[in-house]
Design a protein around this ligand. Structure first.
Ligand SMILES: [Zn+2]
Length: 169
């Protein structure tokens, strides 16, 4: 998780740019938390434009597929009228699961950035490497650790409240 900048575009370092979009994903995660959903948010970006933003809605919609990344991808595809988002970057507050990583692959997303790993469900680094498997017909560039502290704190406070122990453990 190097903080090294890839040169910077228009005076904005790569890290600063990643943080700017991850903060929008974090705002989405907070919107999920207000609905008593696991606080995960995602945005789809092309160039400097946010095409779609979404948060986890599995409980609200009683639908296990309503993850932030899937919802954001669907919205972006509908907005642009294309099923493949080859120029898109996806910023998500948690490492995508296998389901979402599969959808990111189908959409041919160029780059995926996440804040924290998911040791129980993560399909991109923790339990598998769906986005970087060279046997697949597409690989996405991946980057992790952007705004990790904020994303982790959101998740930890959510699950602490769920357990009903304000002191945590
Ligand atoms: Zn997912």
């Amino acid at each position: 998780m190097s903080a090294a900048s890839a040169g910077g575009v228009g005076g904005d370092s790569q890290l600063a740019r990643d943080q700017r979009f991850m903060r929008i994903a974090l705002d989405e995660a907070r919107a999920a938390e207000r609905l008593d959903e696991v606080p995960i948010g995602a945005v789809v970006v092309i160039g400097d434009r946010v095409i779609a933003a979404a948060h986890n809605l599995t409980r609200t919609h009683t639908d296990p597929t309503n993850h932030a990344e899937l919802l954001a991808l669907s919205r972006a595809a509908r907005t642009l009228g294309v099923a493949r988002l080859v120029d898109a970057e996806v910023f998500t507050t948690v490492e995508p699961c296998f389901m979402c990583a599969g959808a990111l692959l189908h959409a041919r997303v160029k780059r995926v950035v996440w804040a924290v790993r998911d040791p129980k469900f993560g399909g991109c680094a923790s339990l598998g490497h769906v986005l970087s498997d060279e046997r697949a017909n597409h690989q996405s560039e991946i980057h992790e650790g952007v705004c990790a502290d904020e994303a982790r704190e959101l998740l930890q406070s959510f699950f602490r409240k769920k357990r009903g122990s304000p002191e945590g453990s």
